[in-house]
Every structure is written in structure tokens, then in C-alpha cells.
Design a protein around this ligand. Structure first.
Ligand SMILES: *Cc1c(COP(=O)(O)O)cnc(C)c1O
Length: 368
């Protein structure tokens, strides 16, 4: 196991992971072939991490094991009532070979907030961080070194108790798996077209919109199919008052003519760490940033009048995606194209890949 001291904030001692090596791990040649063109979410590393939780025993039996199928009782609560949460975070290889991740404390705290909303136990942030380091300790060679490549880390937690009664499960599992990821946009960043979902919403007031939970994604799949049928790449969701929420898995940001940056903020929107970081970089450049409601009318009129000069979406997987078109049942609004989104994207990825100074202390080394 990696050595970590007692956590100064929580007083927690590090967990002692039992490590079982994968005896059929990919050969260097097979791994290199995958890393040459990894795509997204298709291939997985040789190992995974899991930690059990029970009402009686708390967090226990931390393990690093060969990657493989999970055995679950057919009555496991997650399969029936969807008590599940997840995270998404990347590991980046720097030019000197070292491996870093980006603001993992934020993901650890968001996993705790999601857990609270889904009545799951809160994994202490030091355990979350340790799980990332443990996986990199055995699978560090899976962090690719090509341009815009990364190792996508997928922590998740679910109710595994075999019980069909409806209540928070008494047995839960936390897992971490990892999947090498190629450049999201092959041949440069392309603006996306967005379908305005009028018939479906992704979240409601007091619902689970601010939690990273599979159910939100399940609810977004049908509207996403509607987007494809209408030749759009992604969906944008509105709230009950016709304010803009977000895409199925990315936050939305508006840039105004006077340099002001506005992003929808409400308790039904997932608070993206990419968005938070881009907005900090924008503030560093002197932009005024507002988190507030943005109605569909404000968006459409702002574009028509020239008040809004750029619209983009952001999230860990794609980082920043300019929005090129907004399409509704009876309109198509071409979106203005600007340069700020791509400048901020470049600035952020330069920090993540170690090519620019990390002024905010966002990087966290995983392999030392
Ligand atoms: C994960 C996610 C985002 C983006 O969050 P990041 O921390 O920037 O990756 C946005 N919206 C939803 C619904 C998400 O699940």
C-alpha cells in the first residue's frame, strides 16, 4: 500500500488495502495497443478498488483486486430502487512522467453530498483520495501520455443489501474503476448542436438534480434519443419556470458582450468542478461572474440582440464544448461564436497537463 499519514483534518488513519495482483494483466504490448486509441469508456485497467460499508461495521475490507465482474444478489437494492451515486475525474500524465489528478477533494466532497441525498453513507474524503492513489499504484502504466489523453477514473457507490423493502440499504459497496480516454474531439474542438427538451425534465425542485446519481442519467436517455432524432448532439433541460438548467451531463455558461459570464445556478443543477474552475480562471482575467437563473427567453433574446456573444458547455469528459446551435420544436437559433471558451479550455488543460503554473493548487499527485 502507499504510505499516507493520519489525516490532519479528520484524524483518520489510512486504510490498509489488501492487494491482489491480476495474474492475467494485459501485456505491455496489449496495453500500448489500447492506449494508442482508447476511445472513451471502452477498455478498463487491470485492477479495481472496493471498500465495503455496513451499518454495524462502517467502512471495512478495503481491497485492490483484479478487474472483473461483481457478484450481486438478485435482490440487491440498487437493482430495484436505484440507490447509486458516482463520480468522474481524470488522471493526467505530465511530461516528466508523473501522474496528477485535478481537485480530487472537490470530487470527494461532491460524492459525500450525493451520498447524503441518496441516503448512502459518506465516504471520508481521505479514503476517497487514498482509493485513487491505490489504483494508480498498481495501474499507473495505464495513464496514457498522448495529447489530450487521460485515465478516466470512475468512483461509484451502490446499495448491495439483498432486501426488497424500501429503506436505505444496510450494506453498501464503494468501487473505483478506471478507463483510458482519448482526445474527446478528434481533429479539434467542434461546436455541438443542442435540442431543447420541452416534453421532459431532468430534475425537479427538491429532487436529485444536484446529486451525481444514475437515475438522473436514466431519465435523460429518452430526451437524448429525441435529440438524435432531431439531428442534435445533446439535450438542454429547462426547469418548471422555463429557466435553463444544464445538458444531460454538462453545465452551461453564457458570455455577455460586456465580458460578464453567467451560469445557471439552482439546487436542481449539478455543480460541475470543470465549470467552477473555468469561472475562477475567468475571474482571474477580470471577468465578472454571476450564478443565477437564466430564462430561455433571456438566452434567445440575448443571442438575437447580440448581448450574448458566446455559449458553451463544460464537464470533465469533454472539458469545454462551444454550443453552435439551439434547436427547438419550431425554431433554430444559430449561436454566436467567440474565442473565450477555447481560450479558457486551453488554460485549464495546460494546468491539468502540467504545462502551466498551478496558481490555485488544484493538482494532486497520485503516483508518489
Ligand atoms: C458530472 C456532471 C457535470 C459536470 O461536472 P464536472 O465536475 O465538471 O465533471 C455536469 N452535469 C451533470 C449532470 C453531471 O453529472
Amino acid at each position: 500500500m502507499t504510505t499516507i499519514d493520519t489525516d490532519p483534518d479528520t484524524g483518520l488513519d489510512p486504510l490498509e488495502f489488501a492487494v491482489t495482483r491480476n495474474l492475467t494483466a494485459k501485456s505491455n504490448a496489449d496495453r500500448d495497443a489500447i492506449l494508442a486509441s482508447p476511445g472513451f469508456g471502452q477498455s478498463f485497467t487491470d485492477h479495481m478498488v472496493d471498500i465495503c460499508w455496513s451499518v454495524r461495521g462502517g467502512w471495512h475490507r478495503p481491497r485492490v483486486s483484479p478487474y472483473g465482474p461483481i457478484s450481486l444478489d438478485p435482490a440487491a437494492a440498487v437493482l430495484h430502487y436505484g440507490q447509486e451515486i458516482f463520480e468522474g475525474i481524470k488522471a493526467y500524465r505530465h511530461a516528466d512522467g508523473s501522474v496528477h489528478t485535478f481537485r480530487p477533494d472537490q470530487n470527494g466532497r461532491r460524492l459525500q453530498r450525493s451520498a447524503r441525498r441518496l441516503a448512502l453513507p459518506e465516504l471520508p474524503v481521505p479514503y476517497f483520495l487514498q482509493s485513487l492513489r491505490e489504483l494508480i499504484a498498481v495501474d499507473g502504466a495505464w495513464v496514457p501520455s498522448g495529447a489530450d489523453q487521460s485515465l478516466y477514473l470512475r468512483p461509484f457507490m451502490f446499495a448491495k443489501e439483498a432486501f426488497l423493502g424500501v429503506r436505505p440499504a444496510h450494506k453498501v459497496a464503494y468501487y473505483l474503476i478506471a478507463s483510458p480516454a482519448g482526445a474527446y474531439f478528434k481533429g479539434g474542438v467542434k461546436p455541438v448542436s443542442i435540442w431543447l427538451s420541452e416534453d421532459y425534465s431532468r430534475a425537479g425542485k427538491g429532487g436529485t438534480g444536484a446529486a451525481k446519481t444514475g437515475g438522473n442519467y436514466a431519465a435523460s436517455l429518452l430526451p437524448q434519443s429525441e435529440a438524435y432524432e432531431n439531428e442534435c448532439d445533446q439535450v438542454v433541460f429547462l426547469d418548471q419556470d422555463r429557466n435553463v438548467e444544464e445538458l444531460g451531463g454538462m453545465n452551461v455558461v453564457f458570455v455577455y458582450k460586456d465580458g460578464t459570464i453567467v451560469t445557471p445556478q439552482s439546487d436542481s443543477i449539478l455543480e460541475g468542478i470543470t465549470r467552477d474552475s473555468l469561472l475562477q480562471l475567468a475571474r482571474d482575467r477580470g471577468h465578472h461572474v454571476e450564478g443565477r437563473n437564466v430564462s430561455l427567453t433571456e438566452w434567445r433574446e440575448g443571442v438575437a440582440s447580440g448581448d450574448i456573444v458566446e455559449v458553451f458547455a463544460c464537464g470533465t469528459a469533454a472539458v469545454v464544448t462551444p454550443i453552435g446551435t439551439l434547436k427547438g420544436r419550431d425554431f433554430i437559433d444559430e449561436q454566436p461564436s467567440g474565442t473565450l471558451a477555447l481560450e479558457l479550455r486551453e488554460e485549464l488543460t495546460n494546468i491539468q497537463y502540467g504545462r502551466a503554473e498551478d496558481k490555485h493548487g488544484w493538482l494532486y499527485r497520485l503516483d508518489a
